[in-house]
Design a protein around this ligand. Sequence first.
Ligand code: PLP
Length: 451
Amino acid sequence: MNGTEILRRKDISHFWHPYTDINTLEQSEFPVIERAEGVYLVDTEGQRLLDGISSWWCVNLGHSHPDIVGAIRKQSGKLQHSITAGMSHTEVIRLSEKIIAIAPGNLSRVYYASDGACSVEAAMRISLQYWWNLGRPEKKNMISLSGGYHGDTLGCAGLGYISRFHRSVEHVLNRSITAESPHCFHCRYHRKPEDCGIPCFASMEKAVTENSSSTAAVIVEPVCQGAAGMRIYPPEYTARLRKVCDENDVLLILDEIAVGFGRTGKMFASELAGIVPDMMCIGKGLTGGTLPMSAVVASEAVYDAFRSNAETDRTLYHGHTFCGNPIAAAAACAAIDVYEKENVLGNVEMLSEMLSKAFSRFRSIRGVHGSTALGCMSALEISEESGGSGTALNIANTARRKGLFIRPLSSVLYLWPPLVTGKKEMEKMLRIFEDSLIKNLVQKQIQVHPL
Ligand SMILES: Cc1ncc(COP(=O)(O)O)c(C=O)c1O
C-alpha cells in the first residue's frame, strides 16, 4: 500500500464527507490534496488538477495568493481572536470600511458570520426582527424561488428547498412561500432568455402582492440559481423584483454568496440589474476562498430599526463566537485589495468571452440539451436520452483523469474557474472539458450505432 492509499484508508475510517455517497467514496480512488497554487490543486502523488469549480465556487483569486497568505501569516502572529460584542478590533474596522466602499448604492452596515448559511440565517433573522421592531410582527413570511438554494441549516433549507438535498427533513422545515423558478434551460414559455420579457416573473409578482401584509422579505440568488443547476436568468428579473418589493413594503435580500465578488463580471450581481437590495449576503469569495467568513451588508434604514428607545429593547440578539474574526478579516482585506489591484474584473471579461464562445459551440454536440454562460459561470445539461446525470458523472471522471476537476449537479456540468485563470489555462480547461464530452457522448454513440 502506498502513502496515498494509507491516507485514503485513514480518511474513510474517520472523516464524514459532506455531499458524498459513502459506498461510492469507499470504492473510489479519490484524490488527496496536499497543496495548491494558482488554478491547480496538487495531490499527494504530485498530480496537478485544474480547479474547474474554484473549490466549491470560492477560490476566486486562485490558490495560495501571496498577498492573502502573507496577510494571514502576519495577522495570525498578532491577534487571532477577540470578541466583537460591545468592543472592536482593528481588522474588522478596516474590513467594514472596505466592504462598504465596494458595496452597491447606499448599503452602509456590515454584520459578520462565518459560512454562507449563517449569513442567510442572520439576514432572515434581521428581516423578521426589523418588522417586529417596527411594530408589525405579522410580517413573518419569507418568499423565495423554487429551486433556490441558500445553505443547509434548517432555516436556510426552508427558504431554499432542493428535494434531493432536503427531502429527509422536509417534515420539520418552515417552508417559505415560493415563486416559479426562472428556469431558462427548460423555459415553460418556449422563449429565448435574450428577449423573453420574463413571463415567469408573474408568479413572483403574484406571490409578493398577495402576501405583502404577512411577508417580511423576499430572498433570491440574483442572476443565477447555482445549486439548482446553474440556472442563469435575465438581470431584468431582479430589477423588476426590486420595484415590486418597494411597492409592497417588503424587504429584498440578495444572496450573493456564490455570485458576488466578480463572478458575473460585475463586483456584485445586483449591479447587472442596476438595483440596490435592502440586504446582501456575501461569503465564499470574500476572503478569496481562504477562510470561512460571511456577512450581511445592510442599508442604514434597516440598521436604524435596531436602535432601542426608552420603551423597547430593539437589540439584535443574534451572533456567533467568531463574528468578524481578525485572521479572516485580514484575509478579506487582502482579497479585496487583490480584486482591485489585479483588475480581476478585466480578466473575467476575457474569460467570459472564451467561456460563452465555447459553451455555445458545445451546444451542438449530440446529447447536450442546452448551454448557458455569463461572466465566469458556464454550464450545460446532458439530455435524459443521453444518460443525464449518469453520463455527466462519467464525463466528470474522464475530465479528472485528463487533469481537470469538475463536479456535476445531477445532469448539469459546469465550469466556474478561478477569476484569475490565465488564457492558456482556460484554453486547457476548455480542451479537456470538450474532449471529455466528445469521448462520452459522440464516440460512445458511434460505437453503439456504427454507421
Ligand atoms: C447562493 C448560496 N447561498 C448560500 C450558500 C451556503 O453557503 P455555505 O456553504 O458557505 O454555508 C451557498 C453555498 O453554495 C450558495 O451557493
